[in-house]
Design a binder for this molecule. Structure first.
Ligand SMILES: Cc1cc2nc3c(=O)[nH]c(=O)nc-3n(C[C@H](O)[C@H](O)[C@H](O)COP(=O)(O)OP(=O)(O)OC[C@H]3O[C@@H](n4cnc5c(N)ncnc54)[C@H](O)[C@@H]3O)c2cc1C
Length: 419
């Protein structure tokens, strides 16, 4: 019988189900609502293909080059508005379309599950924009991307770092026409729990939810503005809810509803797995002055390979090289996994027993006292400005020991060869 990784190590990338010659590995939601492989023991012939391509079981090649850090943003304000941070994804996608290539990214299905799909042009790209803080299904995209690569098309593959690792393991080799972009990741939220969240809204509103945006920018994008969830129902009603008032977003930000494997993610490290890494730029200009600060969104980019560098230099955007230290000080998930919330396991024990509304009341909300404190703090922050907020965040990280081994890590990176 094949031995796939333990349930708390598997990232659910789905590569195993794609290579199984007997089609006996199905990706299904587990008791916590996460996608993972289930092997049909009756059909399995123990050929071991699934074990051989599993990125958790087979160690991936380490990157040996020193990344270069940038702050960037798209130079089209409309696209910037639709993007979660600085629109880096669209910058890279535009370049690939110019080469008549294809782009892989995440879209919602009609049942609010998320999967990686393929786009051939900017119309098809539209649905990929925006962070979906939910575990996505990658498997089918691996099969299609492999075909595109063999056909000689330029392929931009974006995904969570574990999905990029899954792709490399699945392909078994690198291709000169493949450009991978991994996303700085706080963890992948439970698809089952997300579906329950949507059902609960529909039940309360007695209307279908037609659009969700986990990172709406209606009020702008900066350290001063909390992340907002936008929910639109079929009657055209839109609600904008700050992260600390929306149960799903609150629990996600608190690392309460992510996959068990996320808490010891082996890809939350620098150098990173993709040719390029993209994330949100917090704390821009705190370590060194900047000329490109804007409150519509800034992406943090690490260029990790020579291939990534050549590609990046062809792209058209507003761009500034930044100290790697600044990126790492403000974006902990770039180099360390999210910390497990103390109530995480309890929440998932109740997940099968309690309706979403009860679960949200019990775990997924701030106390009224904390909400009031938060509002007072936000008022003060508005007066102090974005930089003061970043500096306080930094002090908080230092005090908590979150940056303890940062200097050693940076020293190690400095010794790597230049790109
Ligand atoms: C689950 C998750 C956790 C994240 N955590 C952090 C973090 O801790 N720190 C940080 O700096 N940034 C984080 N991000 C990344 C950030 O929110 C932006 O997605 C990223 O900066 C790209 O922004 P953009 O403006 O370039 O792209 P957009 O145009 O908004 O494009 C979004 C990109 O994310 C991809 N994507 C969206 N949802 C998923 C998904 N569920 N699975 C796989 N790919 C997806 C899309 O395919 C596209 O490539 C996270 C994103 C996700 C999806």
């Amino acid at each position: 019988m094949v031995q796939l990784p333990e349930w708390n190590l598997c990232t659910g990338c789905g590569a195993c189900s794609c290579v199984c010659p007997k089609n006996c590995i199905e990706m299904k939601q587990d008791k916590e609502g996460f996608l993972r492989p289930f092997v049909d023991k009756e059909l399995c012939v123990s050929c071991g293909r699934c074990e051989q391509i599993c990125h958790v079981l087979v160690k991936q090649k380490e990157k040996k080059e020193k990344p270069i850090a940038y702050a960037i943003r798209h130079n089209n304000d409309e696209i910037l508005k639709k993007s979660s941070s600085g629109g880096a994804f669209s910058v890279f996608a535009d370049k690939i379309f110019e080469k008549n290539g294809v782009v892989y990214g995440a879209v919602y299905g009609s049942d609010w599950t998320v999967r990686l799909t393929r786009a051939k042009n900017s119309e098809e790209l539209e649905a990929m924009r925006g962070s979906k803080y939910v575990q996505s299904m990658a498997g089918e995209a691996y099969l299609k991307a492999a075909q595109d690569l063999e056909d000689g098309l330029s392929v931009l593959f974006t995904g969570l770092p574990c999905q990029i690792a899954g792709l490399y393991a699945f392909l078994g080799k690198d291709y000169s026409n493949l450009f991978t972009v991994d996303i700085v990741c706080h963890g992948a939220g439970s698809p089952g729990l997300f579906q329950s969240y949507i059902e609960d809204i529909e039940d309360k509103e007695r209307k279908k939810v037609i659009r969700i945006n986990h990172r709406d920018k209606k009020d702008g994008w900066s350290e001063l503005i909390p992340i907002k969830m936008m929910r639109e129902t079929e009657d055209g009603k839109k609600e904008y809810i700050p992260a600390f008032e929306d149960p799903y977003l609150y629990a996600f930000v608190q690392s309460m509803i992510v996959m068990p494997s996320c808490y010891h993610c082996q890809y939350a490290c620098v150098p990173r797995i993709g040719d390029i890494t993209m994330g949100d730029y917090g704390g821009l200009g705190v370590i060194e002055p900047t000329n490109i600060y804007c409150n519509k969104g800034i992406s943090q980019i690490l260029v990790n390979t020579k291939k990534g560098k050549v590609f990046f230099e062809q792209c058209d955007m507003v761009c500034e090289e930044r100290p790697l230290r600044e990126c790492m000080m403000f974006n902990l998930n770039l180099w360390k996994p999210a910390k497990k919330h103390a109530q995480r396991d309890q929440l998932f024990q109740d997940y099968t027993e309690l309706p979403f509304r009860e679960l949200a009341k019990k775990y997924m909300r701030m106390s009224t006292k904390m909400k009031i404190m938060r509002k007072i703090k936000q008022g003060a922050e508005k007066i102090e400005g974005a930089h003061a907020v970043s500096k306080r965040m930094l002090d908080f990280n230092i005090k908590n020991g979150a940056l303890e081994n940062l200097d050693d890590i940076i020293k190690r990176i400095e010794k790597l060869q230049q790109l």
